[in-house]
Design a binder for this molecule. Structure first.
Ligand SMILES: [Zn+2]
Length: 393
């Protein structure tokens, strides 16, 4: 099953919450009257000056629900938190909104959903369309559209956000599609959506073909009548292509002959490699250093004398690999092995992907045989070399 992904959060990031304690001290320097200084007046909290609702434009099918959020800023543009937001609909017959900002599409039409904070207002424009009955209906759900290279690209994010991120999306596409040629057919349309629920329930229900393939972030619907693929891209948590590269890398593998269930170390290793790089403003992808996640976990396992020998790593089943008590160790070994091959033998890495892509390499043993044959290393040398390489970071 192409959607059978590991459920483990294999690279959880912990975002430190920076708490700034603002200590306001009473001025005690200029007293002089000998009495106790008067208590400091409580600081005046900044007033809300601007409210924006995100997304500002929402297109929903009848009976759909979607939550929107309000951002409150003071006169200097600083975000204010903890303010009470009052939600209201200016047209309850079309769309209602809960006290937490969840919109329910009631009937076809348009409505303004308003967030009010301390007398300031922000609006979202809601368009409710008839219930979906065709694939075309679903695609009409995406309000922003532009032509980008070979694609018509559409998005259900705001226009400003879409323009910024669609560009990055196309960089990602161009890079990976050149590596993973995928199946026959051309690619004509790409939809960039936060509508994860709608994507799976509606695309699977209405895709004009029998084929829906993809991972969590990238799903393709093949229109066999026209011989074209239509792609749907779901950003990973929040749009952040630095981390999405990992998941996008997984997703592209699903479009090759690659059967990730049988090669978990390769699946994870190559995705860790992709995640290690980034795109520059011109769309060039480069990897300058392995992820700290890889190097630190590798070093930790090495120090504990707990690295898994390569022949064992290669033979772990998917459940053994992803279900290991210390998966970070295995991800790091796989990642650093493929990082080593990619950096030291880039032509071998490229040809390896091509050979998987065209079905010449179809299992673990063939991957290893290929690497050994092309690099001229023995398995012992490969083990020694990649370990030494990984520990230099
Ligand atoms: Zn992964």
């Amino acid at each position: 099953m192409p959607n059978c992904r590991p459920r483990l959060p294999h690279f959880i990031r912990i975002i430190p919450v920076l708490t700034v304690a603002c200590v306001i001290t009473a001025c005690g320097g200029g007293g002089g009257d000998g009495g106790a200084p008067p208590p400091a007046p409580p600081p005046t909290p900044p007033q809300a000056s601007d409210v924006t609702v995100d997304p500002g434009i929402v297109v929903l099918f009848e009976t759909d629900r979607r939550s929107v959020t309000a951002t409150v800023r003071d006169a200097n543009g600083n975000i204010l938190t903890g303010r009470t937001v009052t939600w209201s609909s200016l047209n309850d017959a079309v769309a209602t909104v809960s006290t937490t900002g969840e919109i329910i599409a009631v009937s076809v039409g348009t409505a303004t959903i308003r967030a009010t904070v301390e007398g300031q207002q922000g609006d979202a424009l809601i368009t409710v369309t008839p219930p979906i009955s065709t694939y075309e209906d679903y695609k009409a759900h995406f309000p922003y559209q532009e032509t980008s290279g070979q694609f018509i690209v559409s998005s259900d994010f705001s226009a400003a956000f879409s323009q910024q991120h669609l560009e990055h999306l196309m960089m990602t596409w161009q890079y990976f599609s050149a590596l993973y040629l995928g199946s026959a057919g051309t690619y004509t349309e790409m939809y960039y959506t936060r509508d994860l629920t709608g994507l799976y329930s509606r695309i699977i229900a209405t895709c004009p073909t029998t084929i829906v393939v993809g991972g969590r972030n990238l799903t393709a619907c093949f229109d066999s009548q026209n011989g074209v693929y239509i792609w749907f891209v779901v950003p990973y948590i929040e749009p952040d292509f630095g981390t999405q590269l990992h998941e996008i890398g997984h997703s592209f593998l699903y479009f090759t002959q690659f059967d990730s269930a049988n090669w978990p170390w390769f699946n994870e290793g190559i995705s860790m490699y992709w995640e290690s790089g980034s795109f520059d403003a011109n769309g060039s992808y480069s990897v300058t250093a392995p992820l700290p996640y890889l190097t630190s976990n590798f070093r930790r396992a090495s120090n504990a004398n707990a690295l898994v020998p390569l022949p064992t790593l290669f033979q772990l089943t998917r459940n053994q690999f992803y279900g290991d008590p210390d998966p970070a160790k295995l991800y790091s070994q796989a990642g650093m092995l493929l990082y080593y091959v990619s950096k030291q033998y880039p032509a071998v890495a490229q040809a390896l992907i091509e050979s998987i892509n065209n079905g010449q390499i179809v299992n673990n043993n063939a991957v290893i045989d290929y690497i050994l044959q092309q690099t001229g290393l023995t398995i012992t040398e490969l083990e020694t070399n990649y370990t030494q390489y990984a520990l230099q970071f």
